[in-house]
Design a protein around this ligand. Sequence first.
Ligand SMILES: Cc1ncc(COP(=O)(O)O)c(C=O)c1O
Length: 416
Amino acid sequence: MTTRLWRPYCQEQTTPAPLTASATAGSRIALADGRTLIDGISSWWTACHGYNHPVIRAAVAEQLEAMPHVMLGGLVHEQASVLADRLADALPGDLEHVFLSESGSVAVEIGLKIARQYWLNSGAQDRSRFLAFQHAYHGDTFAAMSICDPEEGMHSLFGDVVAGQLIVPMPRDSATLANFERVVEQHAHELAGIVLEPLVQAAGGMKFHSPDVLRAVADTAARHDVLLLLDEIATGFGRTGTMFACEQAAVQPDIVMLSKALTGGTLPLAATIATRRVHDAFLSDDPLHALMHGPTFMGNALACAAANASLTLFETEPRLAQVAHIERRMARGLEACRDLQHVADVRVIGAIGVVQLDRVPDLEALRQAFVAEGVWVRPLNDVVYLMPPFVIDDDDLDGLISAVIRVVSRWSRAPC
Ligand SMILES: Cc1ncc(COP(=O)(O)O)c(C=O)c1O
């Protein structure tokens, strides 16, 4: 198929044409050429209920009949208000003010803007910078790029354009913890917030940290009265084993960002959710204290219907038990990679399984090898990872695991 589509994350001159997908169902992607692939990455980690779940399809179809979209300026609709209530109920603590948008990067932008304006509205003009962590990835827009890893990330070209933020190593041991605490202490007067992907830094290399690390970050933020922004765009909705990763550390952020699996991977939607304390700093007689933000398609009714149906599925189907099952099976299965040459680590949390290589392979060659094995797995720099739909059956999950073992074994004998 010839196409004028500009492809994402792709050197188009040297990368072969993309495969054409013609249909999806459950944990499988059908290609136009008749092949079917077992999906190991849930369409960029979104399709937690598998593809084409009938409950989400029915909710979207019903909403389509009534009202596909209406602007949220001056109007509201039931799907959006119900979704706000349900998200506020599902999240820990008093995270209860829900601002809707259409993508993860935009949700992050809004989180940063809310944090900055919280301090402006509170009379702390200097609180304008953010602290984030090496290996972080928070999106591709400019403010989001400023809090990604400046060297390892994919945005190093834009160093002279994005805002200069404080990027420090994750405080995993006493030295990095001392460094983190020192930087926060030195810069607290100018810090608006600390931004973190809780438990798993996803696109920056599938790096895990413990709930203790997350707690230490939260404690330091609280001690210095710096806002804590948790980016649960990849980790939210069960991916790490609990509905939200922050639950595992009993940490309550001031602002949380959600997207990806919010609609079960069917329609674009994101949410930035703030605590009552943060939200109430925007209430004033001064119009300039209002949050001046409003994406045209925020709260799209079809997307909100999909998100409400997705939340219903978390209540009515055993998603977290499925995640626990996937975790056990991947941990057992992927262990076979641990002793292979050029494999540096194997790690699993929830429905995320990672084989860490000791170098960046020829990514295109590996991707093609996976397709030849009948699976859709796309290594990310030096990691081969699985993030399957939670509904995947054991046969398909084993198919993914054995494809990873076969492809990584072949590569490890002749790493390219
Ligand atoms: C943790 C995290 N934050 C933000 C984003 C950006 O989301 P989007 O691609 O929807 O803009 C991503 C995307 O991978 C992500 O993993």
